[in-house]
Design a protein around this ligand. Sequence first.
Ligand code: FMN
Length: 166
Amino acid sequence: MKPLKEIPLTDIFKYEDAFNLFHKEPIAFANDGTRSNGLTIGWGGIGVLWNKHVCTIYIHEVRFSRTIFDKAKYYSVCLLPEEYKEAIKYYGTASGRNEDKIANGGLKVVEDLAPYAEESRLVLICKKIGQSKFDPNQVDDGVKDWYAKSGVHTIYQGEIVKVLGR
Ligand SMILES: Cc1cc2nc3c(=O)[nH]c(=O)nc-3n(C[C@H](O)[C@H](O)[C@H](O)COP(=O)(O)O)c2cc1C
């Protein structure tokens, strides 16, 4: 496998289109200064905000990751090849609250501005520039059910400061 190398931001969509990037279930990683953790994410978007190129992700309040991402200065969004579906499943079901997912997840996670998986085919390193919680009273009735039980998602806006590809 060719090593990851820095690629231009404009090459992102040569790897995956904007919708598929999140349909393919990337793993997002962050380090809060003490420890790293990651979780599979299916919600996210790439766009322009505050005149910067951003990758926005959404992490529910009940996730252990939320405590890490709240404090982290950077996060990564890692798109893995199909053969890593077991790792994607693991990161989407196990919790960092109970175990060390970096040690047990079967991926080689390296520390950069944010941790990222070496096996990825595309890595977006994002500098967190905003975070806020959804207001469940300001969402359409059709999506209110998402917030009928405990907690809401926090929205993290990250400026894409580095992109790695092969
Ligand atoms: C395909 C898939 C997509 C997911 N997307 C999200 C997401 O966008 N936001 C979120 O908060 N949780 C999402 N989850 C759930 C978390 O990945 C899961 O609860 C994980 O175990 C949380 O780990 P943690 O407790 O270490 O934070 C998704 C899970 C899967 C399997």
